[in-house]
Design a protein around this ligand. Sequence first.
Ligand code: F6R
Length: 367
Amino acid sequence: EKGGYDNFMLKEINEQPRSIRDTMRGRLLVDEGVIKMAGIWDNQERFLNAKRIIIVACGTSYHAGLVAEYMIEDFARIPVEVEYASEFRYRNPIIKKSDVVIAISQSGETADTLAALKLAKEKGAFIFGINNVVGSSIARITDAGAYTHAGPEIGVASTKAFTAQLTILALIALKLGKHKGELTNEKFNLLTRELERIPDLVQQILDSCEGVVDQIAEKYKNNSNAIYLGRGYNYPSALEGALKLKEISYIHAEGYPAAEMKHGPIALLDENMPVIVIATKKGYYEKVVSNIQEIKSRSAKVIAIVNEGDLQVTSLADDVIIVPETAEEFSPILTAIPLQLLSYWIAVKLGKNVDQPRNLAKSVTVE
Ligand code: F6R
């Protein structure tokens, strides 16, 4: 059942080209210039007239929500707020009938996310679910939804469900952008063509980066801390990278927007602090380069995720992992892969149980 892999986590990491493709199948019709999603189409009025979209989620699903905020605002120009479900539900939030509330949840059973949705429903908002588990509690109470077709995720740490969430959120953002008239046909076609390539690019990363990531894991496995940095679309990637490392290797890690470094975390830097920086070409590359210079001048080690052909960051960093270039908006799907693998290899080298990390449950059905 582990398909020849040592554990479910590695199997699920390697399944991502398929799970992403399955999530797009029948929806992304590039040649027709169409994205088919009944849950959105049937409720067009609610979405296109929404004054605001509120996304509620927990953990990794919350990180997918943060990327969605950037995509939906960028493509469709609808204001988006992303909230931890546990905070949202208890803070007397302002919810209007003109709001669309989207819950993102792999399991569809997370207690806080479910409760946040129920609250939104009571207040008359339109509630939409993005779930991986068919027929789950969230899927049943929502007005409409769209499933990620990642297949069952057994490893406690979310991997393929996350990239499937990013995929479906990209489809939703593109569809809303098109119907709102905010994306030109030309831009829409360019982006959908790029999105269609993502499964192949993920496969390319899986084929090429395992050896490099293994070496990096060996080099840094005994460090007790790590900092993850990214900007723009890859700021949530930094948060997700840090969460993955914490949960399966039990190494303390923090994710930050790269520019926030100088507002405090920079005090932590010395030769014992590895800093993982997402430095792909688009999206403030030059600014990330200067962030890396600041880090290097404090003697910290830099592990950078860069694009093919990168020279500047490569000359500064201690270690690099290369991923192919894509549209900035979809780059978090690609950068997630080496970050998953890095946590995976560190945890395995430390002898941890990657499928069932201590203290964690696959679905958190109590608040
Ligand atoms: C992290 C992880 C958790 C879940 C969170 C939400 O790897 O798995 O942070 O993402 O508990 O779970 P779902 O998506 O099922 O609502």
